[in-house]
Design a binder for this molecule. Sequence first.
Ligand code: ADP
Length: 319
Amino acid sequence: MKRIGILTSGGDAPGMNAAIRAITRKAIHEGLEVYGINYGYAGLVAGDIFRMDESTVGDKIQHGGTFLYSARYPEFAQVEGQLKGIEQLNKFGIEALVVIGGDGSYHGALRLTEHGYNTIGLPGTIDNDIPYTDFTIGFDTAVNTVLESVDRIRDTATSHERTFVIEVMGRGAGDIALWSGVAGGAEAVIVPEKDFSMRKIADKIRAGRNRGKKHSLIILAEGVMHADEFAKELGEYGDFHTRVTVLGHVQRGGSPTARDRVIASQMGAYAVDLLQQGKGGLAVGIENNKIVSHDILDLFDAKHHAELSLFDLNNSISY
Ligand code: ADP
């Protein structure tokens, strides 16, 4: 193998640039040539492909987003789009590909492998909702971004004796809420993986008030319901001077944390090793602090499990 390609696809995540850098530098170090593909599968099909050298990825590690850009391109679910993509790769003499993205992007990677074109997937999403990896690239940064806001909101919540409902991202997964909830000392964390009773939450806030507590913070995962709706329902159990903050896309941006940069670098280098061994159709992850890979096909049958011990922990230490 002489040439590999890299693309980022789906929702962007801080640390994607660190992954691109690691793949590129490691591959060049191993004597390979590297091509960047802009705008995910859309750019692949359009032939938006360029040669990268070691300096193309210079000064990128500290930046959020992806300098290869990302795109949603549903047409890639059709065989026609996939074959056109392979045609472009062949035109450039690119023999294998690394795709950095989420669940949807992995489908594209698997399709390419099924057509005989080796492709490796790296988990790039802030949601941490990918099976067979303890952490995805971008998750740690997103949690830290949320935490910074939670700390700020706590200041104003205390001054005005308010209850805040803070809606965080995560799609169907409660990971961002769980980690930022524990780290931020939130009185309640509401996640899709656990049922909750609005009455019990109201009782908890009331009990805290009665003990002289000046504020209450509730971290709500977006996969449960909208924060406005939640605040309205909570209001039916008492007046808690509730305010709502929806953090939104700030969670997707920003300079990646050390942890995200390190795992992105480890995973990127590992992907190059796998391709050099002639492997494809694999998803790279980190389990128990070790970089691993699993068949992408197995991921689609598996379910991501959020660290629910954090839910119980939070209930026992934040009240
Ligand atoms: P993410 O990768 O973050 O989950 P998406 O679900 O939007 O984001 O998927 C990213 C891209 O991956 C899509 O825009 C499309 O180009 C490609 N993709 C998604 N699903 C499939 C599929 N079933 N087959 C082939 N490609 C797909």
